[in-house]
Design a protein around this ligand. Sequence first.
Ligand code: FAD
Ligand code: UQ1
Length: 458
Amino acid sequence: MQGLRVFNRGAAVLCHHMSASNQAINITPCIQHISSYSTSPTSNPANGYKFVVVGGGTGGLAMASWLARQQGKGNVAVVEPADAHYYQPMWTLVGGGIKTKEQSVKPMKDVMPSACEWIQDKVTGFDPDNNTVKLSTGKDVQYEYLVVAMGIQMNFDKLKGLEEALQNDPMVCCNYSFDTVDKTFEAIKNFKKGNAIFTFPSTPIKCAGAPQKIMYLAEEYFRKNNKRDDAKVMYNTSLGAIFGAPKYAKALVEVCKSRDIEVNYKTELVEIKPEKKEAVFARVGTEPLETFTLPYEMMHVPPPMGPPNAIKASPLAGPNGFVAVNKETGQHTKYPNVFGIGDCTDIPTSKTAAAAAGQSGALRQTISAVLNGLTPNSKYDGYTSCPLITGYDKCIMAEFDFNLEPLETFPVDQGVERRSMFHLKADVLPHMYWNTMLKGYWSGPRFARKVMHLGMSK
Ligand code: FAD
Ligand code: UQ1
């Protein structure tokens, strides 16, 4: 079998001076099946890969597909431990019983670009001073250029009682993981009477709209199934606003008012007691901290999230533990041959696949400039989008920039609930994702926006 360019830890620094035969080692059994995706390397194996992409999720595969087209077979490696790739935006619809979780997943081998070498392993550390990433199997991989796309880490263990509740209480659910997403619709269907509580944690999270989208679906389901009078629907958020961008926050507050949903701001879930069916909340900012307990009949709980451990502990991390990159170019602030995309970066915008799409366009320009010895001048504007599903046939399509100003694609007011936007979200975007985004052809709707606004839009 072809020796992949995976190096013994400690040897990486020296490997430029050693022969390929000394360096190339057999890969461990867990990644042997990737040989079918590997090709003869076009560059000297002792030099590692020209590009290593860490993470085969949304941003990672979008970049890897493009890079493989640019660089040719064998020059791009993707380090990704998972067997499957998930279209996470579908999980809201799975939670609402509109799609099945099987519709959200494809085998990783089917979406991994064929011109990339897939190293099926986990990165455990970064040594950017030596252009090396460390793998869980104890090997090192060298690169000339690195793209970090590891996503945000779910920290289920950081909320007292959450793991136990998700395991033992069928009425505590979470759309943020493939393993738990199918509990949600069961909980909604089995709801009888009492508090239906939807929470939002005090950490950064991906798709900041998702914790409330599922609430609107649940509320409509209760109404249509004669349970609404017996349900108190509550949104308990650690934040001081229902949504970051004011235009859409205003619309969502009205949606909550019209559907008799109680919104409690600065209210953080701090403990779940599944055996008593109680939840403990803290009032954020009180000193000493005030807490109170509520009984729940059902509860949807996004876990606390944070930067992946391997990034947090590395020189790539900025002060908040995420990869420190220039927010417009995606280039690392200290290591010019390192780039970041998506949820693992410290780019100050709402973490979504739509944002990763926008960032991928800028990052392609950045990488092209760097490869040509130029200073990157691409200008990602913070574009992000959150299809705020507000019912079984309604959606407010939020799109905004770094300044939380609307950047709407369509020449209609997207701050109102629309059936067309629901269909875009449920029926069109999944196809766009699998067929264009993951293949490195989608960098967001910027061009479409300009056309639809006759060139008058930002
Ligand atoms: P991911 O796609 O999460 O990929 C990260 C990859 O890195 C994974 O494949 C993972 O296995 C891999 N990885 C992790 N650790 C390591 C390691 N140590 N070594 C190597 N690889 C590693 N976005 C939208 O635009 N619209 C929506 O409507 C929407 N709805 C959502 C609803 C829900 C319920 C959820 C959970 C998310 C939603 N999102 C939505 C957000 C969107 O899915 C993410 O923002 C997007 O997938 C981020 O892409 P990424 O590449 O940064 O991370
Ligand atoms: C988007 O580009 C994207 O990434 C592929 C999503 O994730 C699935 C989205 O949810 C949205 C809304 C967009 C933005 C696209 C349009 C057409 C508004």
